[in-house]
Ligand binder design. Structure first.
Ligand code: PGA
Length: 264
């Protein structure tokens, strides 16, 4: 059995201003230095204007047993050009980033991103060597209509097929999939551990079918949706939950550190 390194990712969304970022980083780096958690990976996805600050401050507390990815919340599939307001993977890499979120449900909703576009963004991230954290998950309506597995099938397969088509070796490159049921995001309503495990097992099976046993074993699957210190331990105990993508609770350095130390 491949040991999958647990990954705890902070998605700050459109939050925190300059002074708050500085306070956060001071508190977080002090707390992480004291923390015993080891053999884990962390990731931060701040607003792009703060990437440089995070790269400067967090690189100092990154270590072999606790490496920290810093990345964008989105990228454009093209490398450069007339796309006002967008960022390319090439730009993120040249700024020092190592990862990027693709297809977060808020981007799918607010900006009409569909599965094809999300797949193209994932491909663009891989092209430049960024670790893509690709978000999938059903809406409340889809869950109540019994369509969860179909939605996951469509979302995950589109990504895998696109990525595998452009990979010469036909081997799945390192990507992370975050299962984030839309009804659980920012609502305080978390998926039960059983429900999260069920969805994660379905995603792993889709990976196995598309890319083989080894890829299915090695690919990390994160859960996201109202993760907090009070519910993280029961979720991480599930076999196919390899970490979290955390919004609200990651905005407080102490609660993010608490989650890391409970689950890391
Ligand atoms: P939440 O957000 O933890 O605030 O629910 C998770 C996410 O959208 O990544």
């Amino acid at each position: 059995m491949t040991e999958r390194t647990r990954l705890f990712a902070a998605n700050w969304k459109m939050n925190l201003e300059a002074a708050q970022v500085d306070q956060y980083l001071a508190r977080f780096t002090a707390g992480l230095r004291e923390s015993a958690s080891n053999g884990i990976e962390l990731a931060f996805y701040p607003s792009a204007i703060w990437l440089e600050r995070l790269l400067r401050e967090l690189t100092q507390v990154s270590s072999a047993g606790r490496s920290i990815f810093i990345g964008g919340q989105d990228l454009h599939p093209e490398s450069a050009g007339a796309h006002t307001g967008d960022l390319s993977g090439e730009q993120l890499v040249s700024a020092g980033c190592t990862s990027v979120l693709c297809g977060h449900s808020e981007r799918r909703q607010d900006h009409g991103e569909d599965d094809q576009l999300v797949a193209a963004k994932t491909e663009a991230a891989l092209r430049v060597g960024l670790l893509p954290v690709v978000c999938v998950g059903e809406s409340l309506e889809q869950r109540e209509g019994g369509q969860t597995k179909d939605v996951l099938q469509r979302q995950v397969s589109t990504i895998l097929e696109t990525v595998l088509r452009t990979t010469e070796t036909q081997q799945l490159p390192p990507i992370v999939i975050a299962y984030e049921p839309i009804w659980a995001i920012g609502t305080g309503r978390t998926a039960t551990p059983d429900l999260a495990q069920d969805a994660h097992a379905a995603i792993r099976e889709l990976i196995r079918t598309a890319a083989g046993v080894e890829a299915a074993r090695a690919t990390r699957l994160l859960y996201g949706g109202s993760v907090k210190p009070g519910n993280c331990e029961e979720l991480i105990a599930e076999e196919d939950v390899d970490g979290f993508l955390i919004g609200g609770a990651s905005l407080d350095p102490d609660s993010f550190l608490d989650i890391i130390s409970r689950c890391g």
